[in-house]
Design a protein around this ligand. Sequence first.
Ligand code: B12
Length: 213
Amino acid sequence: MEARTLRFEAALLSMDRVLCRSLLQEAMGEERQLEGIEHLLGPALAHIGDRWEAGELALTQVYMGGRICEDLLADLCPTSSTPVAGGPRIGVGVLLDQHQLGKRIVASSLRSCGFQVLDYGQGLEPLELARLARKDQVPILMVSVLMLNSALRLRELREALGEGPERPRLVVGGAPFRFNPRLWQEVGADAVGQTGVDAVAIAQRLLEESCAP
Ligand code: B12
């Protein structure tokens, strides 16, 4: 890992919010803002997760790390920073689990590129999420899942979205798809992405495809 990522991880674990914030701002200044956040926060939290799994860290440390990142994101990339009237609409949500940082970054990336984001929240049941997406007639539904059990329930969501050209296209992302690169196809998704930048590129591609004669 890069030196700054290691420093960020250490600052998260010692709950040094001031240092976390300044490292994040530094990273945001060097790259396009959200990409800077992704490059620092993603690997640091993934490493904290691995260390928790290996028994080196307590769950409370994971919790506090996540909490600090949540507060920093709320502060540095507010949810409604760029409301765009008339842009293509995209639904986003977290299926079943409570890991919401990825969804937040994906939503901010989409908003910053002119999409109207309908944020359905987290901890959603498959049928409920499908109902919301169909009611709003979003052409694309982006779903974040961080736990394998939640990822496997994407099949139910995909089924409930229905068939035909009008059904929302299902785009997925999150840790289980990094661990198993074929999982997105197994659950019936239309596309998978690893970052907020991917989310934007996929949305543009799917919308172009749907307009093609
Ligand atoms: C922080 C964290 C928590 C925090 C969450 C805080 C919060 N408010 O979100 C807390 C402490 C609450 C938590 C709880 C739990 N966690 Co947890 N957690 C993590 C951790 C360390 C980091 C996740 C994170 O926020 N990463 C940073 C964000 C920015 O990254 P991201 O979500 O991956 O999103 C990026 C990309 O994936 C992508 N992306 C994400 N979604 C989408 C969607 C689309 C459409 C696209 C295009 C892209 C995209 O773009 C994002 C931005 O770059 C992960 C480790 C890991 N490797 O992910 C474990 C992890 C996900 N947790 C895990 C577990 C087991 C749990 C608990 C069950 C622990 C417990 N015993 O209680 C609970 C479950 C809670 C629940 N019901 O949901 C396991 C899951 C394992 C599995 N096989 O399912 C992991 C993988 C840790 C591990 N190595 O074992 N967790």
